[in-house]
Design a protein around this ligand. Structure first.
Ligand SMILES: Cc1cc2nc3c(=O)[nH]c(=O)nc-3n(C[C@H](O)[C@H](O)[C@H](O)COP(=O)(O)OP(=O)(O)OC[C@H]3O[C@@H](n4cnc5c(N)ncnc54)[C@H](O)[C@@H]3O)c2cc1C
Ligand SMILES: NC(=O)c1ccc[n+]([C@@H]2O[C@H](COP(=O)([O-])OP(=O)(O)OC[C@H]3O[C@@H](n4cnc5c(N)ncnc54)[C@H](O)[C@@H]3O)[C@@H](O)[C@H]2O)c1
Length: 474
């Protein structure tokens, strides 16, 4: 079998894979190929970020109009909302992405990619197998898949693809999980008309964020009619006539869940209990590696992993950042150079697009204390700046900074409420740049913008943090 040859071969054409390929060869004479077995653009473009945010934005705007005298109240129009989603996923057609890739000088090889030895990828498609050799590097960018434990498998539950690709709106929807997918999906499915029940194993929603953030989302979901059962585990699941009807359609008859609080009946059950890197069946053993080697970064110099497949935070912007770093490393190594990288580890921001919005970066207060920081916290109501208060009548939620008192550096921030997703970026910049809080106080926000909340947060810090730390004794 004649092998194709490229400098760089990327397995998986999601946002991480695309960025790794682009950054590795851009401005060089090198060539790159992306191997993709589904839609170029990946989970994010067709079944995750894009459709979910296309569904959530009109819902959020309607919520604001209901809380903003001076405009007529808008209502969600389910059919039009689903059409908006369909437009944002290009009707599940990736020809636009293919054009982008070709324009960027990247080859797209359609088929399933598997490692088949050092610097070698076997691509299997309906046309048969092809070997593709990488002169310099192979990048694993195969993303992640939703977790579906055995208990649920026979009931053919919905996963996030069904929720973002919803076609039939189930009358009664049970969502298992209390994380990001569960909270966001509960928001748009309730807006589409489902009676939503969240079954949450843990004691709170959004367990990895500050407790006050999960509490605000809990109150809001209950206010809009969702039932949220905290501290509840699912013991068994049965379904009448399960049927593989297709993505976003109800997968059969009534589902009965036996939980630690009794039985629940629903027309559909959405599993939102986390994702796992897609590393099985990737031919890792052909180069003596296991999935754990990939997620712990024990890789030979020619092999890289980026995005969800790397086991890092499963977020598009983080995967793309990793991919740009890896791409630049590959390009620099090919030129006999070493890519410049900052000493400070980049913090990972995340925005949860619920109402209220939750945005965070860096460490929570509890994580910072556990890591041994001398923690100072400043927390204010998000409504406490004129610029935030103006945006709607009832601005709910708190915002908080976590500061290391010794270094005066910001190490974490959480914003809940209006413009949270925009407010958090200043925190990301401050942490990335190592800007101490006494300097940050001199970054003046315009009046009356939401960013003035920063002044309120910095004013709440102890006065001694308004000056540089005293020089070390002796
Ligand atoms: C419902 C939902 C909403 C989300 N919303 C957000 C959000 O708002 N913001 C955010 O930052 N993150 C969000 N995420 C997370 C985000 O979707 C992922 O972090 C992101 O898609 C990861 O990108 P990736 O390129 O690593 O993987 P993916 O996007 O999963 O792409 C991997 C690609 O590899 C292909 N592939 C896999 N195996 C092979 C193989 N063997 N051969 C060939 N091709 C292969 C797949 O077909 C796929 O196209 C959301 C996730 C979900 C589930
Ligand atoms: N806006 C965004 O950035 C966004 C939106 C959606 C998804 N995502 C990404 O996708 C990833 C996956 O989202 P997710 O919500 O599926 O995962 P998650 O890790 O956010 O939440 C999983 C939830 O399921 C619970 N859980 C885990 N195992 C369970 C079990 N066996 N039974 C019952 N409950 C169980 C956990 O306690 C948690 O509440 C997230 O980590 C996130 O990074 C991001």
């Amino acid at each position: 079998m004649d092998a194709l040859e490229y400098d760089v071969v990327v397995i998986g054409g999601g946002p991480a894979g695309e960025n790794a390929a682009q950054y590795a060869v851009e401005g060089t004479a090198m060539t790159a190929a992306i191997v993709e077995h589904e839609l170029l653009g990946g989970e994010c473009s067709y079944w995750a970020c894009m459709p979910s945010k296309a569904l959530l934005r009109p819902v959020a705007v309607a919520e604001v109009t209901a809380d903003l005298p001076g405009v007529s109240t808008a209502h969600v129009a389910p059919r039009a909302l689903l059409e908006r989603r369909d437009a944002w996923v290009s009707h599940y057609d990736d020809s636009g992405q293919q054009e982008w890739a070709e324009g960027a000088g990247l080859a797209v090889l359609r088929g399933e990619g598997r490692l088949a030895g050092e610097r070698t990828v076997r691509v299997t498609s309906a046309d048969g197998d092809r070997l593709v050799r990488a002169r310099r590097a192979v990048v694993i960018a195969t993303g992640s898949a939703a977790r579906v434990p055995e208990t649920y498998a026979d009931a053919l539950p919905w996963d996030s693809r069904d929720a973002t690709g919803v076609v039939e709106v189930p009358e009664r929807l049970v969502i298992v999980g209390g994380g990001v997918v569960a909270c966001e999906a509960a928001t748009w499915m309730a807006a589409l008309g489902s009676a939503v029940t969240l079954v949450v194993r843990g004691p709170r929603l959004l367990g990895r964020t500050e407790p006050f953030a999960g509490e605000a989302v809990l109150a809001s979901l209950r206010e809009r009619g969702a039932t949220v059962l905290l501290g509840t585990s699912v013991e068994s699941v049965r379904r009448a006539d399960p049927a593989a009807t297709g993505t976003g359609r109800v997968h059969g008859g009534t589902v009965t869940l036996t939980t630690s609080r009794g039985e629940l009946e629903a027309d559909e059950v959405l599993l939102a209990i986390g994702r796992e890197p897609r590393l099985d069946d990737l031919g890792l053993s052909s180069v003596g590696l296991t999935p754990e080697d990939v997620t712990s970064g024990r890789l030979p110099e020619w092999l890289h992993a980026v995005g969800d497949a790397s086991g890092g935070p499963p977020l598009t912007h983080w995967g793309k950042h990793q991919a740009r770093v890896v791409g630049a490393r590959i390009a620099a190594a090919a030129a006999g150079e070493v890519a410049w990288e900052p000493d400070r580890e980049a913090p990972v921001p995340q925005v949860v697009f619920t109402d209220p919005e939750v945005a965070s970066v860096g460490m929570t207060e509890a994580a910072a204390r556990e890591a041994g920081h001398d923690v100072v916290v400043s927390r204010v109501a998000t409504s406490s700046a004129s610029g935030t208060a103006l945006l709607r009548d009832h601005v709910v939620g708190d915002s908080q900074l976590v500061v290391d008192a010794r270094s005066r550096l910001l190490i974490g921030a959480t914003f809940v409420g209006v413009e949270a997703g925009e407010l958090v970026h200043a925190a990301t910049v401050a942490i990335t740049g190592g800007v101490p809080v006494h300097v940050l106080r001199h970054a003046v926000a315009s009046y009356p913008t939401a960013a003035e909340l920063w002044l309120r947060l910095l004013e709440e810090l102890p006065r001694e943090l308004r000056t540089p730390p005293p020089p070390p004794a002796g």
